[in-house]
Design a protein around this ligand. Structure first.
Ligand SMILES: NC(=O)c1ccc[n+]([C@@H]2O[C@H](COP(=O)([O-])OP(=O)(O)OC[C@H]3O[C@@H](n4cnc5c(N)ncnc54)[C@H](O)[C@@H]3O)[C@@H](O)[C@H]2O)c1
Length: 340
């Protein structure tokens, strides 16, 4: 059995506890939170679980193999560092840390300790993202031309991070999973429409070598909820609508091709014909299992077989590099900045 302690039982922690609890290879031994009222609520449902307010109590227990950290972002680094130092594998919520330096330190520490870091980029375990990855890997989509993401709704305002740090990690992780190239530059502009502390609306553009660009619109002020990603590619295009109940992914056999009718004058627009391809729309079947359940099974598999996680410290680091670069770009009014 894998013995687990969950630290942080606010909004997301209960989802982890439920999914860990449902896995037959896992025992949830501890759930820790600073807030005793939240712990009392859990205790009434799961009386056998130990509920300390000090996370060190979890880490000092030699029987614990894995610690899940679902506390606010600013606390991730210290709790993960303490856990790795005391010999625990860690699952860290997204975003992994407050900056790239902290993420690198945790990766180094985990390597020295021979322990796993899992970063909870939950979307990578959705049936939809798995299916899109499969289609690309099978060569059915061709080369990616652009990636366009909209993730907007009214709230939930966060008190410790801006809207990019709250929402874009999902889309950054999906992009990094599908496009296995390193991006080169980032531009981010944002606005603080409600209060002065953090941007609540932002537009982020990411450039890659060879002309591929990605764009992200994240917003806590939108009257409607949209969760949509379009991946344009040379053979087929995919639209992922996460709010659709039974048509999450649509694959369009659509595209545009330039046909030159005079090879000697290739640069002349007058000699170029545009050919549109408007073919069928295909709606593939997508696994309907809860993503966290799939992720928990994957974590068990990695721990049992010492396999490399789909979302490890390096996945978290790639997202952190993008996030850190958006901070710099925001401070330069949207200028493109290199990704470290
Ligand atoms: N993977 C996802 O889809 C997803 C979704 C939502 C949130 N999250 C992430 O989960 C993390 C937590 O977010 P949330 O919305 O649940 O926040 P939250 O504020 O609702 O809950 C955080 C909990 O941590 C507790 N806490 C804070 N410091 C602590 C400490 N030192 N020791 C013990 N408990 C402590 C707080 O009392 C609170 O109950 C964030 O990193 C967030 O980005 C991930």
């Amino acid at each position: 059995m894998i013995n687990i302690g969950v630290i942080g039982y606010g909004y997301w922690g209960p989802n982890l506890v439920r999914n860990f609890g449902e896995n037959p290879d896992i025992d949830v031994i501890y759930v820790c939170d600073r807030d005793e009222v939240r712990l009392a609520n859990l205790k009434s449902k799961m009386p056998a679980v130990k509920t300390p307010v000090d996370y060190m109590e979890v880490l000092r227990d030699d029987n614990i193999n894995l610690v899940a950290i679902a506390t606010p972002v600013a606390t991730h680094y210290q709790i993960a560092k303490d856990a790795l130092t005391l010999g625990k594998h860690v699952l860290i919520e997204k975003p992994m840390t407050l900056n790239v330096k902290q993420a690198l330190e945790l990766i180094e520490l985990s390597k020295r300790q021979g322990l796993h870091i899992f970063v909870d980029h939950t979307y990578l375990f959705t049936g939809a993202v798995k299916k899109i990855k499969e289609l690309y890997a099978a060569g059915e989509m061709g080369d990616v031309l652009f990636f366009d993401s909209v993730r907007v709704n009214l709230g939930l305002f966060q008190s410790d991070v801006n809207v990019i740090w709250d929402l874009a990690p999902h889309d950054f992780s999906i992009m990094a999973y599908l496009i296995e190239k390193e991006p080169t530059e980032v531009s981010a502009i944002g606005a603080k429409r409600l209060y002065d502390a953090f941007e609540d609306i932002a537009y982020v553009t990411v450039k890659f070598e060879g002309g591929l660009i990605a764009h992200f619109h994240v917003n806590w002020m939108s009257p409607v909820k949209i969760r949509r990603i379009i991946v344009g590619a040379s053979k087929k295009m995919v639209v992922f609508d996460d709010l659709s109940a039974d048509e999450k992914i649509k694959v369009y056999d659509k595209g545009i091709r330039l046909l030159n009718n005079n090879d000697n004058e290739k640069s002349s627009v007058y000699n170029t014909l545009i050919q549109y391809r408007v073919g069928d729309v295909f709606i593939p079947k997508v696994e309907a299992k809860e993503a966290l359940k799939v992720e928990v099974a994957h974590i068990v598999d990695c721990l049992k077989n010492n396999a490399t996680p789909i979302s490890d410290g390096y996945t978290g680091l790639r997202v952190m590099k993008l996030l850190e670069a958006t901070n710099l770009s925001l401070s330069k009014n949207g200028a493109f900045v290199p990704i470290g």
